[in-house]
Design a protein around this ligand. Structure first.
Ligand code: DX5
Ligand code: ZN
Length: 216
């Protein structure tokens, strides 16, 4: 599968977000990963749909919105309006995961489901036939710059095997947290094809070269 790179703007300077997303696009990024945190599902607060709307005119890259919020179903329409291309919701946060994924798709936007490191991989299986993308958190959500949790590799492999079994070999599997040029090859070998990277991309001396190397 084609590997896509989704740099997380969480690691960037929010006062320059327009310029940042332009630079990501020039540097060959595939998506812009937007980490939405509500101070409730996770302790920090980052930004919401208004920020996504402000970013929208500055890039034609798909905006990959990772909603770390409680009751994400109440927020979907606001992110659709803001111009999100992918909306990903946590299995731990949804009262009815399948219903939420269907509502996202019905709005013409790609739907994603994501699970925390402590959540068993089976919790995301009901999403496999309903989602365009499945996201495996490889750190506890809330903060950038953490260390990759190695047990995530087995989870990715089990999820890829389940997708193939379920006739969804085409499903995107995204991995988020602690990805570096050193561990990305293992992550891709386990079955992931969308790579989120925050600190690795924004600390890079040469952003374009780093994005190229992250493709494995
Ligand atoms: C964590 C966020 C991640 C984070 C990744 O809650 O979902 O997207 O920004 O940052 P790094 O790549 O620095 O671990
Ligand atoms: Zn994220």
């Amino acid at each position: 599968m084609n590997v896509k790179i989704a740099p997380s703007i969480l690691a960037s300077d929010f006062s320059e977000v327009g310029k940042t997303v332009q630079k990501l696009q020039e540097s060959g990024a595939d998506y812009v990963h937007c980490d939405v945190m509500d101070g409730n599902f996770v302790p920090p607060i980052t930004f919401g749909d208004q920020m996504v709307g402000a970013i929208r005119p500055h890039t034609s890259l798909p905006l990959d919105c990772h909603l770390m919020v409680t009751s994400p179903e109440t927020r979907v329409q606001a992110f659709v309006k803001a111009g999100a291309d992918i909306i990903t919701v946590h299995v731990e946060a949804c009262a009815d995961l399948v219903k939420t994924l269907r509502a996202i798709r019905a709005s013409g936007v790609k739907a994603g489901a994501v699970l925390n490191p402590a959540t068993p991989v089976e919790a995301i299986f009901p999403a496999v036939r309903e989602a365009d993308m499945l996201l495996v958190m490889s750190v506890v959500p809330g903060w950038g710059g953490q260390k990759f949790i190695p047990a995530s590799l087995q989870k990715i492999a089990r999820l890829r095997a389940y997708c193939i079994e379920a006739g969804r070999a085409d499903a995107d599997i995204e991995v988020d947290g602690g990805i570096t040029e050193d561990n990305v090859k293992e992550v891709i070998a386990a079955g992931a094809n969308v790579i989120v990277a925050g600190s690795t991309v924004f600390r890079a001396a040469d952003m374009a070269a780093t994005i190229r190397r992250l493709r494995g």
